[in-house]
Design a binder for this molecule. Structure first.
Ligand SMILES: Cc1cc2nc3c(=O)[nH]c(=O)nc-3n(C[C@H](O)[C@H](O)[C@H](O)COP(=O)(O)O)c2cc1C
Length: 188
């Protein structure tokens, strides 16, 4: 079984990105599983709090989940043509302490998708993640690309993905990423 961890970068109840992540979990290829995790309980990064109290429990739990997974799928919104602060904040906490970065991130297969109600489908936000990935030493899977634009037209009121073309693109993306994560496993 190839195990992925998936994280949405939005806290909004009706988030398109969280809806996209849920759709991904339902479209995983056979023999693979996508566990949805949340950044909701991760506090704002504060170096004083880290020095006084160490790594918060929700951060440690998510770090362990990523370390144990064969791959990580990030579903990113775009704010002001870049990464939303809440999402970057979560990744910043997950990169602490720096000595733990190799365990959690180094050579971890990572894929990125995103949804926006606008016409460009998070293209600038996705590009803004690249220096972060390089810094953490992840193995970014760049073969597939999924930019969900005009998100208001591809999900129904309940947040289900209803657009057949996007569904097919998402399933194809997931097949490619799962194959990559599977082939990157140290045990083969
Ligand atoms: C502060 C802020 C800045 C935004 N900037 C962008 C942007 O640069 N590009 C874009 O496509 N959408 C932008 N949006 C719109 C978001 O794409 C939209 O709110 C989207 O629904 C957020 O993702 P979510 O549905 O997963 O919460 C912005 C929204 C906010 C709140």
């Amino acid at each position: 079984m190839t195990k992925l961890v998936g994280i949405s970068g939005s806290l909004r109840r009706s988030s398109y990105n969280t809806a996209l992540l849920r759709a991904a979990a339902g479209l995983m290829p056979e023999g693979a599983d996508l566990a949805i995790h949340t950044i909701r309980d991760i506090p704002l990064y504060d170096g004083d709090a880290e020095a006084a109290s160490g790594i918060p429990a929700p951060v440690s739990a998510l770090k362990d989940a990523i370390a144990a997974a064969d791959g990580l799928l990030l579903v990113t919104p775009e704010y002001n043509n870049s990464i939303p602060g809440v999402f970057k904040n979560a990744i910043d906490w997950l990169s602490r302490p720096a000595a733990d970065i190799p365990r959690v991130f180094r050579q971890k297969p990572v894929a990125l998708i995103g949804a926006s109600p606008g016409p460009f489908g998070t293209i600038l936000s996705q590009a803004a993640w690249l220096p972060v990935f390089r810094t953490l030493g992840v193995t970014f899977w760049s073969e597939g690309r999924l930019l969900v634009s005009r998100a208001g037209t591809v999900f129904d009121q309940a947040g289900a993905l209803t657009d057949a073309k996007i569904k097919e693109q998402l399933a194809t993306f997931l097949r490619g990423f799962v194959a990559f994560a599977q082939s990157s496993r140290r045990d083969g």
